[in-house]
Ligand binder design. Sequence first.
Ligand SMILES: NC(=O)c1ccc[n+]([C@@H]2O[C@H](COP(=O)([O-])OP(=O)(O)OC[C@H]3O[C@@H](n4cnc5c(N)ncnc54)[C@H](O)[C@@H]3O)[C@@H](O)[C@H]2O)c1
Length: 267
Amino acid sequence: MRLQNKVIIVTGSCTGIGKAIAERSVAEGARVVIHGLEKELGEAVVAELGADKAALLIEDLTVDGAPQRLVDVALQAFGKLDAIVNNAAMVVASNIHTTDLAFFRKMLEANTIAPFALIQAALPHLRQTHGNVLNIGSVNAWSGEPNLLPYSVSKGALMTLTRNLGDTLMREDGVRVNQINPGWVLTENEAQRKREHGLADDWYKDIPRVYAPAGRILWPAEIAAAAVYWLGDECGPISGQVVDLEQHPFIGRNPPKDATTIPTPAK
Ligand SMILES: NC(=O)c1ccc[n+]([C@@H]2O[C@H](COP(=O)([O-])OP(=O)(O)OC[C@H]3O[C@@H](n4cnc5c(N)ncnc54)[C@H](O)[C@@H]3O)[C@@H](O)[C@H]2O)c1
């Protein structure tokens, strides 16, 4: 019960990593606000967790006033707010040739500006509870795949937001702001997205070891397990940190070359 009596908003928690974080938070003693765009899936998550443990808001977070309404749902349902998890994001592929400006703006609106707006709306309440913010980034924040250009930029900007506010809000308000950058995680939507990008139906069963040293990619529950540390009191005043959650280092990695390019010594 590492999150006993905490009240936590998890954006984008009708599916995937957000849903796993909400489930694990309730298992650790928290009450949660489930949020996202998928009404039926959100209702199913609330039914699974129990109406005394979970409230629901289905609304696009980029709509004016939506961040404040999300905070209000937490206060009305549970009377206080201890943490927000900025997990909702558009995960859509495009590159330098296929990105138009309207799409780029939409991506930044959903993945960077909406999380900022939710922090703004939540701050008066997080100040009262000495609460915290956990932003869900991506290892793409450091540079990213060519065909995830606006997405990667949106997560890079989110990372700067985390580090900037992780300093300011800790000093001025006693509110921690941290970020985890998941690597490649097998969610329902990720399985579908990669099919749409042209991979085979069972693409996740045969991923080269250079990307998945364990022979598989990560499960949402493994990301949720890491989130508990940052959401609870046990990490003390640690703030402004960004932690990559992948099976190999991301910064400075120089993976082994293909044998046709560089001969590999025998073991
Ligand atoms: N799956 C991965 O491999 C992976 C890797 C790194 C980072 N991430 C990050 O993890 C988080 C969750 O991703 P996921 O893989 O679980 O994806 P997902 O598609 O299952 O979840 C995203 C959720 O965000 C919600 N959402 C999107 N735009 C919204 C908006 N404007 N308003 C309200 N809700 C909105 C959707 O309804 C959905 O529930 C995202 O921030 C994503 O960038 C995922």
